[in-house]
Design a protein around this ligand. Structure first.
Ligand code: PEP
Ligand code: MG
Length: 316
């Protein structure tokens, strides 16, 4: 099967009815870019930058180290676009195993991701400058995790402006970037207009969107059987986000595990999704699905799935 799939590497991901589908890679380290290119990804849709920050006993990477790492990812993608997500530590991705968020009762609801970044602007600015500098070596998008409040959006965007001004003052080169937001908290999906106003693109983080919509800890085995990507509430948030973005001509992708699950490819295409970001190992199998689908025949069915009490009986 792997051998057969690998022949699809250079085949464009186009559906039977001629829709071009963007298949992107999720990476954790700059060196993963090689696997992304090898799998035929047309870019990186999610570079989880927190892996540069984790397991270092509190000594965070400085601007130069981060810049070199982001630059390696950009150069590793050989001219393809790279979406770098600002740091998302906390909860299931603790900074340091020795302090595994022990003091916090609900780390998934605590100081993680953008909340952690905004709580330490000097640290955040260091990362923002490093990303801006990496953008002088290729096409870079910046993605902000776990936003829920308009005030967080405004603070984040003004810190990005401030980071640019700091680089101007230092006379250091940087490149243009597109700025996007993760939609991974139900509140964000339900106030999408605000996100559409401020951002160039959106990316749906279904891993957290499922966790927060269903109140199921994504890392807790004892409730794993209730962690359901096909729960009607999850599907509705995903479907409405895709539809609103498409209606506004705003780029939207899914970068949670749902994007790499071949049993969900038809459904997501039927809901109007045209950009998927996933682990490099899943790209060719998803491409094989894409090549077999006529999206014009999927939309009505997807609507029925959305309205079903038990969508999992209709999918897979
Ligand atoms: C997500 O939440 O779906 C996502 C892609 O981000 P992470 O898994 O890194 O939280
Ligand atoms: Mg997430």
């Amino acid at each position: 099967e792997r051998g057969r799939l690998s022949r699809l590497r250079h085949t464009p991901a186009i559906t039977l009815d001629g829709q071009k589908i963007e298949l992107l890679a999720n990476i954790e380290l700059p060196e993963d870019a090689a696997a992304a290119v090898k799998a035929g990804a047309v870019g990186v849709g999610l570079f989880r930058s927190e892996f540069l920050f984790m397991g270092r006993r509190g000594a965070l990477p400085d601007e130069e180290e981060q810049y070199q790492a982001y630059r390696r990812a950009v150069e590793g993608m050989e001219g393809l676009p790279v979406t770098i997500r600002t740091v998302d530590v906390g909860a299931d991705k603790p900074l340091d195993d020795s302090v595994r968020d022990a003091a916090h009762l609900n780390p998934a609801l605590g100081l993680r991701a953008i909340r952690w970044s905004l709580a330490d602007p000097a640290m955040f600015l260091t990362q923002l400058r490093a990303i801006l500098r990496a953008a002088s070596h290729g096409q870079v998008n910046m993605l902000i995790p776990m936003l829920a409040h308009a005030s967080e959006i405004r603070q984040t965007l003004s810190l990005i402006d401030f980071a640019r001004a700091e680089l101007d003052n230092r006379g250091v080169a940087y490149g243009p970037i597109r700025i996007g937001a993760m939609i991974e908290i139900p509140a964000a999906a339900l106030t999408l207009k605000i996100f559409l106003k401020y951002f160039d693109f959106l990316s749906i983080g279904t891993n957290d969107l499922i966790q927060y919509t269903l109140a199921i800890d994504r890392a807790d085995e004892s409730v794993a059987h209730l962690y359901d990507p096909l729960h009607p509430a999850v599907l509705r948030l995903v479907a409405e986000t895709i539809a609103e973005c498409n209606a506004q001509g705003k780029g939207v992708s899914v970068c949670g595990e749902m994007a790499g699950d071949t049993t969900l490819t038809r459904l997501l295409l039927g809901l109007g999704l045209r950009s998927f970001s996933m682990h490099p190992a899943q790209i060719l199998a998803v491409k094989q699905e894409v090549l077999r689908v006529d999206t014009t025949r999927m939309a009505a069915w997807a609507k029925q799935v959305l309205e079903s009490e038990d969508p999992s009986s209709m999918v897979g």
